[in-house]
Design a protein around this ligand. Structure first.
Ligand SMILES: Nc1ncnc2c1ncn2[C@@H]1O[C@H](COP(=O)(O)OP(=O)(O)O)[C@@H](O)[C@H]1O
Ligand SMILES: [Mg+2]
Length: 377
């Protein structure tokens, strides 16, 4: 199977899965496949490995957009008629843009200077997820791109980003938040009344924030944020709606490892509950089918042809390695049986496998191999 139909028909492809399975690599490879299909593609990564940047001819991934030089594609023998631009998600920068959009100029400066804001915009759980979706929302209708491929943050819980807009809205609408606002507001700015003190104590649990100035910073931030709440909430609603749009494809990335498969199944179930589609499952790093078992003579001849000298039991060891490969492949197949649970009913996700390459994905040729496995003609 191939991701080609998704690449051809959608505007956004969201790669989801737990950390370490190759999510960032596959997002970049989908981007490359799309560029090869003639799309002007933007790939938004979250935690790119340095080697991925290098393989694209970039010294590093930046928060700014960087177009991959078409000369690189030519060198690697990849025929690209579109273009590939990459960019790394900037959680704080995205949050700052939101503040700039919804707060009045005076309020904006005070929010950006607030010490607690700095914490919330970088480290508070859920912020990275929300900002990834926010960025996606902002770029989705940008006419410069035909397709946006997005890698999601490597959270312990692969579902966090899906709920992020909802949770943002819930938090803003929650009685606790309302209570905090009313607790701080009457006192004007920095004088903190008793009720607010209680509230602040309750809030301390959200981070290791202690010391003097905490209450003042909190009081100020809550009053300031309240000022931009209306716009913010409407925006979160829009983002939430956009995530359900027909132009968004959900691609689940897993390895053949049973734990990662279990996570993907759980994730797929959550998507179903949220009436969101499961468009494709990518199984990355599959053990290859080693083919027919060679005879000891064939092994000997092959080794001799390559100039490899082995000890006396060399052939036996090579054959043992071969059998290990067969076992690994059989194990992969057995583990993947669990994915069949997704392949019932009307809307069946595409299933695409990517072989484990020797070494990691360290150059454009290797990335092109992943890309070719994902979107064969
Ligand atoms: N099919 C593959 N074959 C070999 N190495 C791979 C493959 N897919 C990913 N890798 C390597 O695995 C490592 C983790 O991949 P990455 O995409 O950063 O994972 P994630 O984003 O899920 O944490 C990287 O070093 C990458 O080059
Ligand atoms: Mg990653």
């Amino acid at each position: 199977m191939s991701l080609r139909p998704l690449i051809a028909s959608r505007r956004v492809i969201l790669c989801v899965g737990c950390g370490g399975v190759g999510k960032t690599t596959t997002a970049a490879a989908i981007g490359l496949a799309a560029a090869a299909q003639g799309k002007r593609t933007l790939c938004l990564t979250v935690d790119p490995a340095r080697r991925l940047a290098e393989s694209l001819g970039l010294s590093e991934m930046k928060h700014e957009m960087q177009a991959v030089d078409s000369e690189r594609f030519r060198e690697a023998g990849v025929d690209v008629t579109g273009s590939l631009t990459v960019m790394m998600l900037d959680t704080k920068g995205t949050f700052d843009e939101l503040v700039a959009r919804y707060a009045s100029p005076e309020t904006r400066e005070r929010i950006l200077r607030n010490t607690l804001y700095r914490y919330i915009s970088t480290s508070l759980a859920g912020t990275a997820e929300y900002m990834a979706m926010e960025k996606l929302y902002a770029l989705r209708t940008d006419p410069r791109w035909d397709l946006i491929v997005i890698d999601t943050p490597p959270t312990t819980n692969a579902l966090d980003f899906l709920d992020a807009p909802e949770r943002m809205i819930e938090a803003l609408d929650s009685p606790v938040f309302r209570w905090l606002v009313s607790a701080f507001e009457p006192s004007g700015k920095l004088s903190v009344n008793l009720l607010a003190r209680g509230a602040a104590a309750a809030l301390r649990g959200m981070g290791r924030l202690t010391g003097t100035g905490f209450l003042e910073a909190l009081a100020e931030l809550i009053v300031l944020l309240n000022d931009m709440l209306g716009g913010f909430r409407a925006r979160a609603n829009e983002v939430q709606k956009a995530l359900r749009g027909p132009d968004v494809a959900y691609v689940l990335v897993t390895s053949p490892d049973p734990l990662s498969i279990r996570e993907i199944l759980y994730f797929a179930e959550r998507l179903r509950e949220l009436s969101m589609p499961r468009d494709a499952v990518i199984v990355n790093r599959m053990h290859r089918d080693p083919g027919a078992r060679p005879s000891p003579e064939a092994v000997r001849a092959e080794l001799a042809a390559r100039g490899v000298k082995l000890e006396a039991d060399g052939e036996t060891r090579v054959l043992r390695a071969f059998e290990d490969e067969v076992r690994q492949r059989d194990l992969d197949r057995r583990h993947l049986g669990a994915l069949e649970a997704l392949e019932v009913g009307e809307q069946r996700p595409l299933r695409v496998s990517v072989p484990a390459l020797i070494g990691d994905v360290h150059d454009l040729r290797a990335l092109a191999k992943v890309s070719a496995a994902l979107a064969p003609l």
